[in-house]
Design a binder for this molecule. Structure first.
Ligand code: APR
Length: 248
């Protein structure tokens, strides 16, 4: 795959890179996205029945079982070449930050360290009733030993605020970056879908990598439509590997 040489040069010169990812980067690891027609989770399950505090209050067992199933799916999955290419970019770029909407934990398993999980993580829990300290959880039975209440997954449900720290750090990094990647996300869920605009206002180059067109496609400086696990490694190869070869 060939990329505009001017883009490769800009990426080689970039000091601060921010990458935002969504469910699409984990699709090739076998995990369903949310909004892909027929295959997306939201085509099979109703978010209002499974991904809201009210849904949990109404039927904690239904919601807990669904997240246990998703936890099992994500543990069976392996990071793919797209996840690994971002680990490589983190190692090579002077400053790099990965902001993910994914709760599957695959970026961390791939080796990403400079990582913000904006929407939480399936493999962590919180006390639903009283937000008690997490050192006294009976995860197996889904109970908080401190108050006897239910445990819920430590992820952001619809209608809930994102953790302030993570969001503030993501916004601050986006506003200062030279290059902003939007990878495998439909760019329709806010506030994550607004990060590219913050980057653009800071004169960053905005690059989209996505299987299907999104509201960002015509607004990005570059939009590469295709699979993240193919496009990202090819890009990393051209930015860093060819650069080294050129230097020899
Ligand atoms: N490579 C690149 N992009 C892909 C691939 C792939 N292999 N497979 C699918 N995609 C793209 C789809 O074209 C789609 O635009 O990934 C996008 C996934 O979009 P969504 O399913 O809407 O997922 P996401 O953008 O992460 O959703 C955002 O919404 O449901 C909530 O909290 C949930 O974090 C989630 C948020």
């Amino acid at each position: 795959m060939d990329f505009p040489f001017s883009l490769i040069q800009s990426l080689r010169a970039a000091q601060r890179i921010v990458a935002l990812t969504g469910a699409g980067i984990s699709a090739e690891s076998g995990l369903a996205t949310f909004r892909d027609a027929q295959t997306g989770l939201w085509s099979k399950f109703k978010p209002e029945e499974l991904a809201t505090p009210d849904a949990f209050r109404r039927n904690p067992k239904l919601v807990s079982d669904w997240y246990a199933w998703r936890r099992g799916e994500s543990l069976k999955a392996e990071p793919n070449a797209g996840h690994c290419a971002l680990v490589e970019m983190e190692k090579r770029a002077p400053q790099f930050l990965l902001v993910t909407q994914n709760v599957d934990g695959l970026h961390a398993r791939a080796g990403s360290r400079r990582l913000i999980e904006l929407h939480g993580n399936l493999h962590r829990f919180r006390c639903f009733e009283n937000n008690c300290a997490s050192d006294n959880f009976d995860v197996e039975n889904g109970r908080c030993r401190s108050c006897g209440g239910n445990l819920r997954p430590d992820i952001v449900w619809f209608g809930e605020m994102l953790p302030a720290d993570g969001l503030e750090s993501a916004v601050a990094a986006a506003e200062k970056c030279d290059v902003f990647f939007s990878i495998g996300t439909s760019s329709v869920v806010y506030p994550a879908a607004d990060l590219w605009r913050r980057a653009k206002e800071g004169d960053a180059i905005v690059i989209e990598i996505n299987k299907d067109p999104t509201p960002l496609t015509l607004l990005a400086d570059h939009s590469f439509l295709g699979k993240a696990s193919e496009i990202l490694p090819a890009l990393v190869e051209q930015i860093y590997v060819h650069q080294n070869r050129g230097a020899q």
